[in-house]
Each structure stands twice: as structure tokens, then as C-alpha cells.
Design a protein around this ligand. Structure first.
Ligand code: ZN
Length: 258
């Protein structure tokens, strides 16, 4: 964990941008490359990693030097190695922040940490989305208006299978009538997690200034509060003298004498 700058790793499966011309046009350097430039700031040290790199670019060394990991995935959740998922999960338990973006609601790492299926309804016709800031006091909502609109987005609808301890910051309304819990936080182990819904690859969502503000705020909020091995278990010496107990399970009838 850096004392000065926040070490950020932006992970992207990087498939749609290579396979679909319209997505490549929007994000010629990939979503990870675009976000690395959009979020660039003197207080951040940003690197990127993609699925095709050895160990998906998430070696132990990279993760040990990552304070906040952003995750974008959609078409290749099942191609992510389970050993890497466990490695990321351990780092979150140890304190690393995780920003889960859009379709990564079905990523192995989010499902593992969220603890439920992460399923939802969806429709891809490029409809209008209105996001409402329902917790304006949260640092992730700083400077974000009470509501803002994205003219074209994929619809995600409720019920969204997320953990009961999710703390809501944003909800969305869609042109077709659905609503969705679009931005919420979780804590797993010592690590903070933020899920943010907007970000379908076929629309210029990440160019939106409010979306960028939310992501920028989230990166700062997700910075580890502590960064220590977790769970750190041991068998401690008792602090007090524990008195001798004379009971016998056979005497109280739990175990019947032979
Ligand atoms: Zn999508």
C-alpha cells in the first residue's frame, strides 16, 4: 500500500473492443485504456491488466501493490482462472478496494464476494436511464447531482440478486419503466467494494462526466483503511486464569456411560 499515491489497477477482459468495430471506435485503447486516461490524476498511480496477459495481468506482485482494483468483464467470466479469483478475493479480505463495473455483476469475483447469484433482468435497446442519488452524504456521491441522465443505455432491472447488507447510493429508472439498484457498497473482510451499473460497451457511457465523477470518487473511497493479512487466526494464551471445571459430560447425561 502506497503512503502517498493510490495504486490503481484497471482490469478489463478486453474482448468486445477487439471483436466489434463499433465498440472499438468508442474505445480504441479498450475500456481500460480509456478509463486510465479519464481517471488520471496526480494522486493516482494507474496501471491496467487484461485477460490475455499471463495470470490475467494479476500476479501476486501486482495485487500486493494494488490499493484499488477496477473490474470490467462480460463475455469471458468463465475464462477467468479460479486461482486468480481466489487471489483477488484474499486481497479484498486483506483490505484492497474493488470497483465492480456494469456486467461484472456476473463475474466470478463479484459472485464470490457478494455471495448470491448476482442475476438481474436486462434489455439492450439503447433506452434512457435516469440515475438518482439516494445517499448524497456518501463520499462516492460528492458533487454528483440529485439525478442525471444517460441518453442511451442497456437496461438492468430488478430483482437484482445482491447481498442484504448492500448499502445503496444510486438507483436507476429506465425509459421502459424498470428500476434498479445501480450503485451500492459492501464490505468483505477489511476490503470495501463498490458496484456501479452504467457502462455498457456499445454506448459512450464512460464519456459522461457524472459517471466519471462517480468512478473517481469511488477510487478514493475504496482505498484500503487497513491492509493486513485476514483472517489472521491463532490460538491465544488466555488473558485470565480459567478455573478447573469438574463437570463430566457423562455425569450430566449427554454421553451415556458404557
Ligand atoms: Zn452490457
Amino acid at each position: 500500500m502506497s503512503d502517498s499515491k493510490i495504486n490503481v489497477t484497471i482490469w478489463n477482459e478486453f474482448i468486445h473492443e477487439k471483436e466489434e468495430a463499433s465498440v472499438k471506435e468508442l474505445y480504441p485503447k479498450g475500456i481500460h485504456g480509456y478509463l486510465a486516461e479519464a481517471l488520471a490524476s496526480p494522486d493516482l498511480d494507474i496501471r491496467t491488466a487484461t485477460l490475455d496477459e499471463p495470470e490475467h495481468g494479476l500476479t501476486q506482485e501486482v495485487l500486493d501493490n494494488t490499493d484499488v482494483l477496477l473490474w470490467w468483464g462480460h463475455a469471458a467470466h468463465d475464462k477467468v482462472d479460479d486461482a486468480i479469483v481466489r487471489r483477488v478475493q484474499q486481497r479484498v479480505w486483506d483490505g484492497m478496494g474493488l470497483l465492480v463495473m456494469h456486467s461484472a455483476h456476473m463475474s466470478k469475483i463479484f459472485c464470490a464476494l457478494n455471495g448470491t447469484s448476482g442475476k438481474l433482468h436486462w434489455r439492450e435497446v439503447g433506452e434512457r436511464e435516469r440515475l438518482w442519488t439516494v445517499d448524497p452524504a456518501h463520499p462516492i456521491a460528492a458533487g454528483v447531482p440529485e439525478h442525471f441522465e444517460l441518453p442511451y443505455e442497456e437496461m438492468y432491472g430488478e430483482p437484482f440478486m445482491i447481498a442484504g447488507d448492500a448499502r445503496l447510493i444510486f438507483i436507476s429508472w429506465f425509459e421502459g419503466g424498470e428500476v434498479f439498484r445501480s450503485g451500492f457498497t459492501l464490505q468483505r473482510g477489511f476490503g470495501r467494494i463498490f458496484y456501479f451499473r452504467p457502462g455498457h460497451e456499445a454506448f459512450p457511457t464512460y464519456y459522461n462526466e457524472n459517471v466519471q465523477k462517480v468512478l473517481a470518487n469511488a477510487v478514493r473511497w475504496l482505498k484500503p483503511v487497513v491492509d493486513i493479512p485476514y483472517p489472521k487466526t491463532h490460538m491465544p494464551e488466555s488473558l485470565e486464569i480459567i478455573s478447573e471445571k469438574s463437570f463430566s459430560f457423562s455425569k450430566v447425561g449427554i454421553i451415556k456411560p458404557e
